[in-house]
Design a protein around this ligand. Structure first.
Ligand code: UGA
Length: 448
């Protein structure tokens, strides 16, 4: 099939690469000419495991262009995967979706492709897109909602091995066309790409076929539910610290109940990234617009916001004051295996520490260059080597659980600090080893 993917960000690029690997003829379109030129040369603009290696392999079937005139005519499926950043009042800003629709509509031909929206968009957007295309072309085109559930840092893995594919459309033909597009994924009938082995036991992927609006709501509901699972365990973790319990054991004890499930119950500094904050804010705004107060979602956001402040409170308790103290932060990216800094807890914590009069040192194995570009106000804090954040520091906080940090020469680091306190914000370090190495070790949600 000829497929046009509009937008070559995380979702668009990963989808384009995967569809080309599955044998489709794919055109990635973006208004950013630099990005398109780099991609055509095989340089992805994002750090994502496996992407750079897969790009040259799929190159014969994957084309990048800034011209809708190349991508749209003859396409059987057009996927819209542009950004929907937060706008006023938390409601998403749909300007890029609108621009994409206006531009693609001009090049639609008699082949009647299905236009599927992969971007996270408010309920009703699909219907608006359909109406707008009809207005421009003076004839009806089918529009579908096909939300994406990939995680940054494992985007290709999640695209090749999804746990479900959701297609929302108001006509059976639109569902059938998209089903045909995704058949190799649904049937898992493709040879796994090198370095991306198929998870054991995965034989087929369930398809959820529904109407347009329900599919749009599925995406928000999924992210909000994951967000509230994290906030729930973080609230339990706060209590565990007070009563002398271990929240990681509590998580295991409840997660083995299949109705609860073990995932997204890791206590820590809370969620970050471009999705959970944006999508929960959007859900609140959508609720408000439709007269429905989303109380649980609101509470999950409040808990998450407070998680960052809890680090400040813990440090203040341990160090009596933050004024004049030096605090090292390990990890800047919002999670490991990405260089994305959007809503990164480390940045929020760094700014709060500086506000409280502390000196801050920041390290990240991958996101440092991006941090320098996007947050020059923290220039004095950046350190090239992780051991530098320990030098004469009063505390070090592990914010992002990069595997590299587990391998640090911990035995040599305590003597280099003024006060050897380590706050393990993700419960990944070896408490016994650190204690033996002379650290005061504090986990999250447990009394060690
Ligand atoms: C999230 C969803 O997991 C994807 O399914 C969704 O497609 C994506 O948003 C999106 O809407 O585009 P992502 O933001 O890439 O994906 O990252 P996650 O792995 O979900 O992690 C989000 C945050 O939650 C991270 O800051 C992570 O550290 C935190 N987290 C996660 C916890 O604090 N505890 C946990 O148990 C799990």
């Amino acid at each position: 099939m000829k497929v046009a993917v509009i937008g070559t960000g995380y979702v668009g690029l990963t989808t384009a690469v995967a569809l080309a690997y599955l044998g489709h003829e794919v055109w990635g379109v973006d208004v950013d000419a630099t990005k398109i030129r780099d991609l055509a040369r095989g340089h992805p603009p994002i750090h994502e495991p496996g992407l750079e290696a897969l790009l040259p392999l799929v190159q014969p079937r994957l084309h990048f262009t800034t011209a809708y005139a190349d991508a749209i005519p003859g396409a059987e499926v057009i996927l819209i995967a542009v950004g929907t950043p937060p706008g006023a009042d938390g409601a998403p800003d749909l300007r890029y979706v609108r621009q994409a629709v206006e531009a693609l509509a001009l090049h639609l031909d008699g082949a009647h492709p299905v236009v599927a929206i992969k971007s996270t968009v408010p309920m009703g957007t699909g219907r608006w897109v359909r109406a707008r295309i009809q207005e421009i072309r003076a004839e009806a085109y089918e529009v579908a909602s096909n939300p994406e559930f990939l995680r940054q840092g494992s985007a290709l893995h999640d695209t090749f091995y999804p746990n479900r594919i959701v297609i929302g459309a108001d006509t059976p033909r639109a569902v059938a066309v998209l089903e045909a597009l995704y058949r190799p994924l649904l049937e898992q009938s493709f040879p796994p790409p090198k370095g991306l082995p198929r998870p054991s036991g995965l034989e087929a992927v369930p398809l959820v076929a529904t109407d347009l609006t329900s599919a749009e709501l599925i995406k928000y509901a999924a992210n909000a539910f994951l967000a509230l699972k994290i906030s729930f365990i973080n609230e339990i973790a706060a209590l565990a610290e007070q009563v002398g319990a271990d929240a990681t054991h509590v998580a295991r004890g409840i997660g083995l109940d299949a109705r609860i499930g073990p995932q997204f119950l890791r206590p820590g500094i809370g969620w970050g990234g471009s999705c959970f904050d944006k999508d929960t804010a959007a859900l609140l705004a959508l609720g408000r617009a439709h007269g429905t107060e989303m109380r649980i979602v609101q509470a999950a956001r409040a808990v998450n916001h407070h998680q960052r402040e809890r680090i400040i409170e813990k440090l203040t308790r341990e160090l009596t004051t933050l004024r004049g103290r030096t605090v090292g932060l390990l990890g800047i990216a919002f999670k490991p295996h990405t260089d994305d800094l959007r809503d990164a807890p480390a940045l929020a914590i760094a700014h709060r520490l500086i506000q409280c009069g502390a000196h801050v040192r920041l390290h990240d194995p991958v996101a440092l260059a991006r941090a320098r570009r996007e947050h020059p106000e923290l220039e004095r804090a950046y350190r090239e080597h992780p051991t530098e954040v320990f030098e004469e520091a009063d505390a070090v906080v592990l914010v992002t659980e990069w595997p590299q940090y587990l391998e640090l020469p911990w035995e040599t680091l305590a003597p280099r600090m003024r006060f050897p306190l380590v706050l393990d914000g993700r419960n990944v370090l070896d408490a016994a080893r650190l204690t033996a190495a002379g650290f005061r070790y504090l986990g999250t949600g447990r009394c060690i």
